[in-house]
Design a protein around this ligand. Sequence first.
Ligand SMILES: Cc1cc2nc3c(=O)[nH]c(=O)nc-3n(C[C@H](O)[C@H](O)[C@H](O)COP(=O)(O)O)c2cc1C
Length: 217
Amino acid sequence: MNKLIKSGAAIVAAMAFAGCCCSESKTDGACGADVCSKEQAVVETIMTRRSVRDYKSEPVDREQMAKIIECGIYAPSAMNMQPWAVRVVDAPDFLDGVTAIAVEQMPQLKEQEGFRNFFRNAPTVAFVACPEESYSGEYDCGLLSENMMLAAWSMGIGSCCLGSVVPVMTSEAAKPYLERLNFPEGYKLMVGIAFGYPAGDTPEAPARDASKAYYVE
Ligand SMILES: Cc1cc2nc3c(=O)[nH]c(=O)nc-3n(C[C@H](O)[C@H](O)[C@H](O)COP(=O)(O)O)c2cc1C
């Protein structure tokens, strides 16, 4: 037990260290400054990314969004099957139409401070779907989604994974919107991802439970 606690503590210490600078072993010898700054950039992006829940109304620039999607599809997938389907929407009539349906189903949404739309006020939303039957489609879609969110954050674009859009988008009332996404036959909607330029301060990181990961000796 003691060993487990010690290993857990070592991982936490490593996590904290990784967040501030390059590890000693990489600053001398084979790895040069380039490796160090790449490590810093990746670690900083991962550690500072937060779910953003308030956005400016301007949609994400489509060239930037293309880069974000490209980063998504460069995620690993089992046997490189790339089992995802991604649809990006920045059409106000679509987002407002789904919002109206969501409000009808959950009138309390309107009571949220500053409520403008059901997608945490995002002007651009990516819908991610995967095959209903697949080897590891859900896992692969998760990797794609995180790649997109990290790429966005590195470009100053906020994001928020939204599982809550699934029951609304798959409800009878939203059928025309789901059909507009034109997912291949046999695909199911996994998640919506809000994207946009953040309107406020970056939220604090919710606490993480470091005891969930440790070395086994
Ligand atoms: C699969 C998934 C579904 C989520 N669904 C929602 C959601 O419906 N609404 C929301 O505001 N945040 C949602 N989140 C965001 C989480 O609440 C958030 O990632 C978590 O609290 C950690 O905060 P952080 O992303 O700022 O580190 C979802 C995240 C994931 C991975």
